[in-house]
Design a protein around this ligand. Structure first.
Ligand SMILES: [Zn+2]
Length: 164
């Protein structure tokens, strides 16, 4: 197996839909470990989805502890967003589009369910940066990128160099 590396837009794999995970085995644990390693290697890494390392499985990792010290790492297998509330515009970026950030509509609050690495089901409500990150990573699992939510390229998309 080739070592995991970050796929960068416009790599076509970022546009593909993932398959649900059905076997909770050693290969899943290896995939999760590779995702965590690649996420941690990036200075802005607070979340990663399997297509970003070229794997079309419904697996993502969210770890916003860089921004919110109370947050714990979430390993999301087969995640589904059940409810979103309180839309708000937030500035956002993506490791696979390293040159841009954008203002786009996310939500202050999301309720979602997922399975952990052993297949156990969980449900949670997240708020703030964690909610945004969950929305962003779940989008990746369907081939959706944050730039797809940008309504006006002229006013809402910025080169990262001008971002604070
Ligand atoms: Zn991303």
């Amino acid at each position: 197996m080739k070592p995991a590396h970050l796929r960068i837009f416009p790599d076509p794999i970022l546009r593909k839909k993932t398959q649900p995970v059905t076997s909770f085995d050693r290969s899943l644990l290896k995939l999760i470990a590779r995702l965590v390693r690649v996420m941690k290697s990036q200075p802005h890494g607070i979340g990663i989805a399997a297509p970003q390392i070229g794997v079309l499985k419904a697996v993502a990792v969210v770890d916003v502890s860089k921004r919110d010290p109370k947050a714990k790492r979430l390993v999301l297998v087969n995640p589904v967003i059940l409810e979103r509330r309180e839309p708000e515009a937030r500035k956002e970026g993506c490791m696979s589009l390293p040159d841009y950030t954008a203002f786009l509509k996310r939500h202050k609050w999301v309720r979602f369910r997922w399975q952990d690495e052993r297949g156990k089901h969980h449900e949670k409500i997240s708020a703030g940066i964690e909610a945004v990150c969950v929305e962003h990573e779940v989008d990746h699992l369907s081939g959706v990128l944050f730039i797809d939510h940008v309504t006006c390229l002229k006013t809402d998309l910025f080169p990262r160099i001008s971002a604070s």
